[in-house]
Design a protein around this ligand. Sequence first.
Ligand code: HEM
Length: 398
Amino acid sequence: MPEKLPFEFILSPDPHAACAALREKGPVHPVDFPPGMGAFLVLDYEHGRPALNDPRLAKSVAWVPEPFRARFDADNRILAGNMLDSDPPDHTRLRRLVSKAFTPRRIESLRPRIQAIADDLIDAMLPRGEADLLDDFAFPLPITVICELLGVPVRDQAAFRDWSSTLVGPALDEAQVRHREEVNTAVGDYFTAIIAERRAAPRDDLISAMVLARDDDELLDDQELLAGLTLLLIAGHETTVNLIGNGMLALLTAPEQLKTLRERPELLPSAVEEFLRHDGPVGRATFRFATEDLELGGVHIPKGSVVHILLGAVNRDPQVFGCPDVLDITRADNRHVAFGHGIHFCLGAPLARLEALVAFGTLLERLPGIELDCDPGAIRWNRSGSLIRGLRALPVRF
Ligand code: HEM
Protein backbone atom coordinates (compact mmCIF):
# COMPACT_ATOMS: atom_id res chain seq x y z
CA MET A 1 0.00 0.00 0.00
CA PRO A 2 1.47 3.44 -0.97
CA GLU A 3 2.10 5.95 1.84
CA LYS A 4 -0.93 7.99 3.01
CA LEU A 5 -0.84 11.58 1.71
CA PRO A 6 -1.68 14.47 4.10
CA PHE A 7 -5.03 16.19 3.48
CA GLU A 8 -3.22 19.38 2.33
CA PHE A 9 -2.29 17.52 -0.84
CA ILE A 10 -5.81 17.75 -2.19
CA LEU A 11 -6.03 21.48 -1.40
CA SER A 12 -2.70 22.34 -3.02
CA PRO A 13 -3.00 25.63 -4.92
CA ASP A 14 -1.08 24.26 -7.91
CA PRO A 15 -1.60 20.52 -8.03
CA HIS A 16 -0.52 19.64 -11.58
CA ALA A 17 3.19 19.00 -10.94
CA ALA A 18 2.48 17.18 -7.68
CA CYS A 19 -0.17 14.98 -9.33
CA ALA A 20 2.12 14.16 -12.26
CA ALA A 21 4.92 13.10 -9.89
CA LEU A 22 2.49 11.00 -7.87
CA ARG A 23 0.98 9.36 -10.96
CA GLU A 24 4.46 8.13 -11.90
CA LYS A 25 4.43 6.10 -8.67
CA GLY A 26 0.99 4.61 -9.28
CA PRO A 27 -2.55 5.55 -10.28
CA VAL A 28 -4.24 5.25 -6.84
CA HIS A 29 -3.04 6.56 -3.46
CA PRO A 30 -4.50 6.80 0.05
CA VAL A 31 -5.08 10.34 1.34
CA ASP A 32 -6.19 11.78 4.69
CA PHE A 33 -9.18 13.75 3.36
CA PRO A 34 -11.63 14.20 4.96
CA PRO A 35 -9.19 14.04 7.87
CA GLY A 36 -9.43 10.77 9.76
CA MET A 37 -11.57 9.02 7.14
CA GLY A 38 -10.35 6.27 4.82
CA ALA A 39 -9.91 7.95 1.43
CA PHE A 40 -8.11 7.47 -1.88
CA LEU A 41 -7.08 9.54 -4.90
CA VAL A 42 -7.37 8.31 -8.48
CA LEU A 43 -5.02 10.10 -10.86
CA ASP A 44 -5.00 8.36 -14.24
CA TYR A 45 -7.42 8.07 -17.17
CA GLU A 46 -7.51 4.26 -17.27
CA HIS A 47 -8.96 4.06 -13.74
CA GLY A 48 -10.41 7.56 -13.29
CA ARG A 49 -12.84 7.64 -16.21
CA PRO A 50 -14.52 4.26 -15.51
CA ALA A 51 -14.58 5.07 -11.77
CA LEU A 52 -16.91 7.99 -12.54
CA ASN A 53 -19.51 5.50 -13.79
CA ASP A 54 -18.76 2.45 -11.63
CA PRO A 55 -21.92 1.27 -9.79
CA ARG A 56 -19.72 0.06 -6.91
CA LEU A 57 -18.75 3.69 -6.34
CA ALA A 58 -21.84 5.59 -5.23
CA LYS A 59 -22.67 9.23 -4.59
CA SER A 60 -25.23 8.97 -1.79
CA VAL A 61 -23.98 9.84 1.72
CA ALA A 62 -26.01 6.85 2.90
CA TRP A 63 -22.81 4.90 2.19
CA VAL A 64 -20.69 6.99 4.57
CA PRO A 65 -20.04 5.19 7.86
CA GLU A 66 -20.70 6.92 11.20
CA PRO A 67 -19.36 9.15 12.74
CA PHE A 68 -18.46 10.85 9.43
CA ARG A 69 -21.97 10.55 8.09
CA ALA A 70 -23.36 13.04 10.63
CA ARG A 71 -20.77 15.61 9.57
CA PHE A 72 -21.54 15.15 5.85
CA ASP A 73 -25.26 15.49 6.62
CA ALA A 74 -24.80 18.69 8.66
CA ASP A 75 -22.45 20.27 6.11
CA ASN A 76 -24.84 19.61 3.24
CA ARG A 77 -28.27 19.94 4.85
CA ILE A 78 -29.65 22.16 2.10
CA LEU A 79 -28.19 20.02 -0.68
CA ALA A 80 -29.42 16.74 0.83
CA GLY A 81 -30.77 14.42 -1.84
CA ASN A 82 -29.73 16.56 -4.82
CA MET A 83 -29.22 14.58 -8.04
CA LEU A 84 -25.43 14.78 -7.96
CA ASP A 85 -25.45 13.19 -4.51
CA SER A 86 -27.96 10.47 -5.42
CA ASP A 87 -27.77 7.02 -6.94
CA PRO A 88 -30.28 5.21 -9.16
CA PRO A 89 -33.24 4.91 -8.96
CA ASP A 90 -33.52 8.31 -7.14
CA HIS A 91 -30.94 9.89 -9.42
CA THR A 92 -32.73 8.70 -12.57
CA ARG A 93 -36.03 10.22 -11.44
CA LEU A 94 -34.52 13.53 -10.24
CA ARG A 95 -32.45 13.99 -13.38
CA ARG A 96 -35.44 13.25 -15.60
CA LEU A 97 -37.64 15.77 -13.77
CA VAL A 98 -35.04 18.56 -13.74
CA SER A 99 -34.21 17.84 -17.40
CA LYS A 100 -37.87 18.50 -18.22
CA ALA A 101 -37.39 22.09 -17.06
CA PHE A 102 -33.75 22.50 -18.15
CA THR A 103 -34.38 21.85 -21.85
CA PRO A 104 -31.96 22.42 -24.79
CA ARG A 105 -34.55 24.83 -26.23
CA ARG A 106 -34.57 26.90 -23.04
CA ILE A 107 -30.74 26.98 -23.09
CA GLU A 108 -30.37 27.89 -26.78
CA SER A 109 -32.95 30.65 -26.40
CA LEU A 110 -30.53 32.35 -23.99
CA ARG A 111 -27.86 33.00 -26.65
CA PRO A 112 -28.83 36.62 -27.52
CA ARG A 113 -29.22 37.49 -23.86
CA ILE A 114 -25.79 36.01 -22.98
CA GLN A 115 -24.27 38.05 -25.82
CA ALA A 116 -25.95 41.22 -24.54
CA ILE A 117 -24.68 40.62 -20.99
CA ALA A 118 -21.12 40.02 -22.27
CA ASP A 119 -21.26 43.21 -24.37
CA ASP A 120 -22.57 45.29 -21.45
CA LEU A 121 -19.78 44.03 -19.19
CA ILE A 122 -17.14 44.89 -21.79
CA ASP A 123 -18.72 48.33 -22.41
CA ALA A 124 -18.29 49.01 -18.70
CA MET A 125 -14.64 47.84 -18.68
CA LEU A 126 -13.46 49.50 -21.91
CA PRO A 127 -13.00 53.13 -20.78
CA ARG A 128 -10.77 52.01 -17.88
CA GLY A 129 -8.24 50.19 -20.10
CA GLU A 130 -7.70 47.66 -17.33
CA ALA A 131 -9.81 45.23 -15.30
CA ASP A 132 -9.85 42.25 -13.00
CA LEU A 133 -11.27 39.86 -15.56
CA LEU A 134 -12.63 37.67 -12.79
CA ASP A 135 -14.63 40.29 -10.90
CA ASP A 136 -15.53 42.44 -13.89
CA PHE A 137 -16.44 39.73 -16.40
CA ALA A 138 -16.01 36.04 -15.52
CA PHE A 139 -18.10 36.23 -12.35
CA PRO A 140 -20.97 38.55 -13.37
CA LEU A 141 -21.62 36.83 -16.73
CA PRO A 142 -22.63 33.34 -15.54
CA ILE A 143 -24.22 34.57 -12.30
CA THR A 144 -26.47 36.94 -14.26
CA VAL A 145 -27.36 34.14 -16.70
CA ILE A 146 -28.20 31.60 -14.01
CA CYS A 147 -30.18 34.17 -11.96
CA GLU A 148 -32.25 35.13 -15.01
CA LEU A 149 -32.69 31.48 -16.01
CA LEU A 150 -33.83 30.46 -12.53
CA GLY A 151 -35.87 33.63 -12.08
CA VAL A 152 -34.15 35.09 -8.99
CA PRO A 153 -33.07 38.74 -8.63
CA VAL A 154 -29.57 39.43 -10.00
CA ARG A 155 -29.16 42.03 -7.20
CA ASP A 156 -28.84 39.13 -4.72
CA GLN A 157 -25.62 37.97 -6.43
CA ALA A 158 -23.26 39.00 -3.62
CA ALA A 159 -25.10 36.62 -1.30
CA PHE A 160 -25.08 33.87 -3.96
CA ARG A 161 -21.32 34.22 -4.32
CA ASP A 162 -20.78 33.73 -0.59
CA TRP A 163 -23.30 30.86 -0.38
CA SER A 164 -21.80 29.10 -3.31
CA SER A 165 -18.15 29.31 -2.28
CA THR A 166 -19.08 28.29 1.27
CA LEU A 167 -21.03 25.22 0.13
CA VAL A 168 -18.33 23.96 -2.25
CA GLY A 169 -15.43 24.78 0.07
CA PRO A 170 -14.24 22.65 2.98
CA ALA A 171 -15.32 23.49 6.54
CA LEU A 172 -12.06 22.79 8.33
CA ASP A 173 -12.35 24.85 11.52
CA GLU A 174 -15.15 25.82 13.90
CA ALA A 175 -15.74 29.24 12.33
CA GLN A 176 -16.10 27.67 8.88
CA VAL A 177 -18.45 24.98 10.22
CA ARG A 178 -20.60 27.69 11.85
CA HIS A 179 -20.68 29.83 8.71
CA ARG A 180 -21.64 26.81 6.63
CA GLU A 181 -24.49 26.12 9.02
CA GLU A 182 -25.73 29.73 8.67
CA VAL A 183 -25.49 29.50 4.90
CA ASN A 184 -27.52 26.27 4.86
CA THR A 185 -30.27 28.08 6.77
CA ALA A 186 -30.09 31.25 4.64
CA VAL A 187 -30.30 29.33 1.34
CA GLY A 188 -33.21 27.26 2.67
CA ASP A 189 -35.18 30.36 3.75
CA TYR A 190 -34.43 32.12 0.47
CA PHE A 191 -35.58 29.36 -1.86
CA THR A 192 -38.52 28.32 0.34
CA ALA A 193 -39.98 31.82 -0.03
CA ILE A 194 -39.44 31.89 -3.81
CA ILE A 195 -40.89 28.41 -4.31
CA ALA A 196 -44.03 29.53 -2.43
CA GLU A 197 -44.30 32.63 -4.64
CA ARG A 198 -43.98 30.62 -7.85
CA ARG A 199 -46.48 28.05 -6.69
CA ALA A 200 -49.00 30.86 -6.17
CA ALA A 201 -48.10 32.68 -9.42
CA PRO A 202 -45.92 30.73 -11.90
CA ARG A 203 -43.75 32.70 -14.34
CA ASP A 204 -41.73 31.76 -17.43
CA ASP A 205 -38.63 30.74 -15.47
CA LEU A 206 -36.81 27.60 -14.42
CA ILE A 207 -38.03 27.68 -10.81
CA SER A 208 -41.65 27.75 -11.98
CA ALA A 209 -40.92 24.94 -14.46
CA MET A 210 -39.44 22.84 -11.66
CA VAL A 211 -42.34 23.60 -9.34
CA LEU A 212 -44.78 22.63 -12.08
CA ALA A 213 -42.84 19.42 -12.74
CA ARG A 214 -43.59 18.68 -9.09
CA ASP A 215 -47.27 19.27 -9.67
CA ASP A 216 -47.42 16.73 -12.54
CA ASP A 217 -47.90 13.05 -11.79
CA GLU A 218 -44.20 12.73 -11.04
CA LEU A 219 -43.33 14.75 -7.99
CA LEU A 220 -40.37 16.77 -6.80
CA ASP A 221 -40.96 17.18 -3.07
CA ASP A 222 -39.99 20.36 -1.21
CA GLN A 223 -36.53 19.16 -0.15
CA GLU A 224 -35.82 17.90 -3.68
CA LEU A 225 -36.76 21.31 -5.05
CA LEU A 226 -34.57 23.12 -2.52
CA ALA A 227 -31.61 20.82 -3.15
CA GLY A 228 -32.08 20.94 -6.92
CA LEU A 229 -32.25 24.74 -7.03
CA THR A 230 -29.23 25.14 -4.74
CA LEU A 231 -27.26 22.71 -6.91
CA LEU A 232 -28.17 24.64 -10.06
CA LEU A 233 -27.27 27.97 -8.45
CA ILE A 234 -23.86 26.69 -7.36
CA ALA A 235 -23.07 24.55 -10.41
CA GLY A 236 -24.49 27.24 -12.66
CA HIS A 237 -21.82 29.81 -11.95
CA GLU A 238 -18.99 28.63 -9.68
CA THR A 239 -17.74 26.42 -12.50
CA THR A 240 -18.26 28.64 -15.54
CA VAL A 241 -16.56 31.59 -13.78
CA ASN A 242 -13.43 29.49 -13.59
CA LEU A 243 -13.69 28.11 -17.11
CA ILE A 244 -13.50 31.72 -18.30
CA GLY A 245 -10.80 32.71 -15.77
CA ASN A 246 -8.56 29.64 -16.10
CA GLY A 247 -9.00 29.58 -19.89
CA MET A 248 -8.10 33.25 -20.33
CA LEU A 249 -5.03 32.86 -18.13
CA ALA A 250 -3.90 29.86 -20.20
CA LEU A 251 -4.42 31.82 -23.40
CA LEU A 252 -2.72 35.01 -22.21
CA THR A 253 0.34 33.05 -21.11
CA ALA A 254 0.57 31.18 -24.44
CA PRO A 255 0.81 34.07 -26.97
CA GLU A 256 1.20 31.82 -30.01
CA GLN A 257 -2.11 30.08 -29.12
CA LEU A 258 -3.80 33.45 -28.68
CA LYS A 259 -2.48 34.54 -32.08
CA THR A 260 -3.72 31.31 -33.72
CA LEU A 261 -7.17 31.73 -32.19
CA ARG A 262 -7.39 35.33 -33.37
CA GLU A 263 -6.40 34.28 -36.89
CA ARG A 264 -8.67 31.22 -36.94
CA PRO A 265 -11.81 32.00 -34.87
CA GLU A 266 -13.40 28.79 -36.21
CA LEU A 267 -11.12 27.04 -33.67
CA LEU A 268 -13.10 28.54 -30.76
CA PRO A 269 -15.15 25.37 -29.97
CA SER A 270 -11.97 23.27 -29.99
CA ALA A 271 -10.21 25.90 -27.84
CA VAL A 272 -13.02 25.75 -25.24
CA GLU A 273 -12.65 21.95 -25.02
CA GLU A 274 -8.91 22.43 -24.55
CA PHE A 275 -9.45 25.01 -21.78
CA LEU A 276 -11.71 22.44 -20.08
CA ARG A 277 -9.04 19.74 -20.36
CA HIS A 278 -5.99 21.87 -19.59
CA ASP A 279 -7.28 23.55 -16.42
CA GLY A 280 -10.97 22.72 -16.01
CA PRO A 281 -12.99 24.27 -13.18
CA VAL A 282 -13.66 20.94 -11.45
CA GLY A 283 -9.93 20.51 -11.71
CA ARG A 284 -9.46 19.07 -8.29
CA ALA A 285 -11.58 16.14 -7.25
CA THR A 286 -15.06 14.80 -7.46
CA PHE A 287 -15.79 12.00 -5.05
CA ARG A 288 -17.61 8.69 -4.70
CA PHE A 289 -18.12 6.25 -1.79
CA ALA A 290 -17.11 2.59 -2.05
CA THR A 291 -20.23 0.44 -1.55
CA GLU A 292 -18.14 -2.74 -1.23
CA ASP A 293 -14.50 -3.77 -0.84
CA LEU A 294 -12.84 -3.36 -4.21
CA GLU A 295 -9.51 -3.04 -5.96
CA LEU A 296 -8.51 -0.07 -8.06
CA GLY A 297 -5.14 0.27 -9.77
CA GLY A 298 -3.71 -2.51 -7.60
CA VAL A 299 -4.79 -0.80 -4.35
CA HIS A 300 -7.35 -2.35 -1.97
CA ILE A 301 -10.22 0.05 -1.21
CA PRO A 302 -12.33 -0.95 1.80
CA LYS A 303 -16.11 -0.51 1.77
CA GLY A 304 -17.13 2.96 3.04
CA SER A 305 -13.96 4.71 1.79
CA VAL A 306 -14.10 8.00 -0.06
CA VAL A 307 -12.68 7.79 -3.59
CA HIS A 308 -11.61 11.17 -4.98
CA ILE A 309 -11.27 11.18 -8.76
CA LEU A 310 -8.89 14.00 -9.65
CA LEU A 311 -10.36 15.22 -12.93
CA GLY A 312 -7.50 17.67 -13.50
CA ALA A 313 -4.95 14.87 -13.18
CA VAL A 314 -7.00 12.47 -15.32
CA ASN A 315 -7.16 15.17 -18.01
CA ARG A 316 -3.35 15.46 -18.03
CA ASP A 317 -2.59 11.74 -18.20
CA PRO A 318 0.29 11.46 -20.71
CA GLN A 319 -0.92 7.99 -21.73
CA VAL A 320 -3.96 9.63 -23.35
CA PHE A 321 -3.03 13.27 -24.00
CA GLY A 322 0.28 14.02 -25.78
CA CYS A 323 2.27 16.84 -24.09
CA PRO A 324 -0.52 17.10 -21.49
CA ASP A 325 0.75 20.27 -19.81
CA VAL A 326 0.77 22.21 -23.07
CA LEU A 327 -2.28 24.21 -24.13
CA ASP A 328 -3.03 23.17 -27.72
CA ILE A 329 -6.25 24.66 -29.05
CA THR A 330 -6.00 22.43 -32.16
CA ARG A 331 -5.79 19.22 -30.09
CA ALA A 332 -7.60 16.37 -31.87
CA ASP A 333 -9.60 13.61 -30.16
CA ASN A 334 -9.83 15.58 -26.89
CA ARG A 335 -11.65 12.99 -24.74
CA HIS A 336 -11.41 15.01 -21.50
CA VAL A 337 -13.57 14.29 -18.46
CA ALA A 338 -13.97 17.91 -17.34
CA PHE A 339 -17.78 17.45 -17.36
CA GLY A 340 -17.55 14.01 -15.76
CA HIS A 341 -18.64 10.78 -17.39
CA GLY A 342 -21.61 8.41 -17.20
CA ILE A 343 -24.91 8.94 -15.43
CA HIS A 344 -23.76 12.12 -13.62
CA PHE A 345 -22.34 13.75 -16.78
CA CYS A 346 -22.82 17.49 -16.31
CA LEU A 347 -26.45 18.45 -16.96
CA GLY A 348 -25.34 22.04 -17.57
CA ALA A 349 -22.64 21.26 -20.15
CA PRO A 350 -24.61 22.76 -23.08
CA LEU A 351 -25.16 25.99 -21.09
CA ALA A 352 -21.51 26.14 -19.94
CA ARG A 353 -20.27 25.59 -23.50
CA LEU A 354 -22.62 28.25 -24.86
CA GLU A 355 -21.53 30.77 -22.21
CA ALA A 356 -17.86 29.99 -22.85
CA LEU A 357 -18.19 30.38 -26.64
CA VAL A 358 -19.88 33.76 -26.22
CA ALA A 359 -17.46 34.87 -23.47
CA PHE A 360 -14.19 33.99 -25.22
CA GLY A 361 -15.48 35.07 -28.65
CA THR A 362 -16.56 38.48 -27.32
CA LEU A 363 -13.41 39.08 -25.25
CA LEU A 364 -11.13 38.35 -28.22
CA GLU A 365 -13.18 40.38 -30.67
CA ARG A 366 -13.74 43.43 -28.52
CA LEU A 367 -10.42 43.55 -26.65
CA PRO A 368 -7.87 42.99 -29.43
CA GLY A 369 -4.95 44.20 -27.28
CA ILE A 370 -5.81 42.26 -24.12
CA GLU A 371 -2.79 41.14 -22.09
CA LEU A 372 -1.91 40.12 -18.56
CA ASP A 373 -1.35 43.10 -16.24
CA CYS A 374 1.00 41.38 -13.82
CA ASP A 375 3.86 38.94 -13.72
CA PRO A 376 2.44 35.43 -14.40
CA GLY A 377 4.24 34.33 -11.22
CA ALA A 378 2.10 36.76 -9.20
CA ILE A 379 -1.15 34.98 -10.14
CA ARG A 380 -2.72 33.27 -7.13
CA TRP A 381 -5.03 30.25 -7.17
CA ASN A 382 -7.89 29.75 -4.75
CA ARG A 383 -7.54 27.30 -1.95
CA SER A 384 -11.26 26.81 -2.21
CA GLY A 385 -11.59 23.15 -1.36
CA SER A 386 -11.64 19.78 -2.89
CA LEU A 387 -13.78 20.64 -5.88
CA ILE A 388 -13.16 23.89 -7.68
CA ARG A 389 -9.91 25.12 -9.20
CA GLY A 390 -9.96 28.84 -9.90
CA LEU A 391 -8.06 32.12 -9.67
CA ARG A 392 -8.33 34.78 -6.98
CA ALA A 393 -7.97 37.56 -9.56
CA LEU A 394 -6.95 38.00 -13.19
CA PRO A 395 -5.55 41.53 -13.78
CA VAL A 396 -5.57 42.46 -17.48
CA ARG A 397 -5.04 45.62 -19.58
CA PHE A 398 -6.27 46.29 -23.09
C1 HEM B 1 -22.49 17.60 -12.81
C2 HEM B 1 -18.59 20.03 -14.37
C3 HEM B 1 -21.34 23.85 -15.50
C4 HEM B 1 -25.14 21.61 -13.57
C5 HEM B 1 -21.20 17.94 -13.17
C6 HEM B 1 -20.07 17.04 -13.06
C7 HEM B 1 -18.98 17.72 -13.47
C8 HEM B 1 -19.42 19.05 -13.86
C9 HEM B 1 -17.55 17.23 -13.52
C10 HEM B 1 -20.12 15.57 -12.60
C11 HEM B 1 -19.54 15.39 -11.23
C12 HEM B 1 -19.48 13.94 -10.82
O1 HEM B 1 -19.70 13.04 -11.63
O2 HEM B 1 -19.18 13.70 -9.64
C13 HEM B 1 -19.01 21.25 -14.82
C14 HEM B 1 -18.16 22.22 -15.46
C15 HEM B 1 -18.93 23.31 -15.78
C16 HEM B 1 -20.28 23.00 -15.34
C17 HEM B 1 -16.67 22.03 -15.71
C18 HEM B 1 -18.58 24.60 -16.45
C19 HEM B 1 -17.56 24.77 -17.20
C20 HEM B 1 -22.62 23.58 -15.09
C21 HEM B 1 -23.75 24.45 -15.26
C22 HEM B 1 -24.81 23.82 -14.69
C23 HEM B 1 -24.36 22.54 -14.19
C24 HEM B 1 -23.70 25.80 -15.96
C25 HEM B 1 -26.25 24.25 -14.55
C26 HEM B 1 -26.74 25.42 -14.70
C27 HEM B 1 -24.74 20.34 -13.21
C28 HEM B 1 -25.63 19.37 -12.60
C29 HEM B 1 -24.86 18.22 -12.38
C30 HEM B 1 -23.52 18.50 -12.85
C31 HEM B 1 -27.10 19.57 -12.27
C32 HEM B 1 -25.33 16.91 -11.76
C33 HEM B 1 -25.70 15.92 -12.83
C34 HEM B 1 -26.10 14.56 -12.29
O3 HEM B 1 -25.79 14.24 -11.14
O4 HEM B 1 -26.75 13.81 -13.02
N1 HEM B 1 -20.78 19.14 -13.67
N2 HEM B 1 -20.28 21.76 -14.75
N3 HEM B 1 -23.02 22.43 -14.45
N4 HEM B 1 -23.49 19.80 -13.35
FE1 HEM B 1 -21.92 20.75 -14.15
